[in-house]
Design a binder for this molecule. Sequence first.
Ligand code: TZP
Ligand code: MG
Length: 214
Amino acid sequence: MKISKLHYITQDLAHIPHWEQARLACEGGADWVQLRVKNQDLDTWKQTALKTQAICKTFGATLIINDNVQIAKEIQADGVHLGKTDASPIEARAILGENFIIGGTSNTFEDLAFLHEAKVNYIGLGPFRFTKTKQNLSPILGLEKYQSLLAKCKIAGLNLPIVGIGGVLLSDVENLLLAGLHGIAVSSVINLAEKPSEVTSDFMKALNEKYHVE
Ligand code: TZP
Ligand code: MG
């Protein structure tokens, strides 16, 4: 199962629907789209998921549904991303089976160890810095906390792909990869850019440069 280095994330925006955001990111080379819907009723959410899935299929991109295991299952998305207040990854695995990608959110070493034990396929670690995109942010980690948590993971043999999330900018990519992250997850810096496809393409290029350490 290949986990992309850029986890592109849609967001609720008045001027552009989720699937058009996904299209712009895919045009810039994104091959991993997380649909992050926060304020839609279930039926509208499912329709949004289907439209986003159609875009992802056109580009051959992986589609991950944030928060909702049922929608992920009903539309046969590629995976689901679960935060601490969502279904547990163990429950999700029982519902979705081995072929679905399951990702989880972490903020502490205990979170990382729990998700590793729960056999998720990748982990989002954050927030890196303050962001308006997410409500009720966990404590901000910053580069030093990433470095120490990733070092601790190495010692403990927790070897899952971990992506940094929360206020990540293009200029952070080098430091974050050098800290040992597999990649990054990004939302508003792409979605609110004047040219989202170009910014996506800049992230893809930066992530594929030499800094990556396995
Ligand atoms: N989880 C932690 S921060 C965040 C999520 C979903 C939002 C990241 O968005 P942005 O806009 O890239 O800061
Ligand atoms: Mg969630």
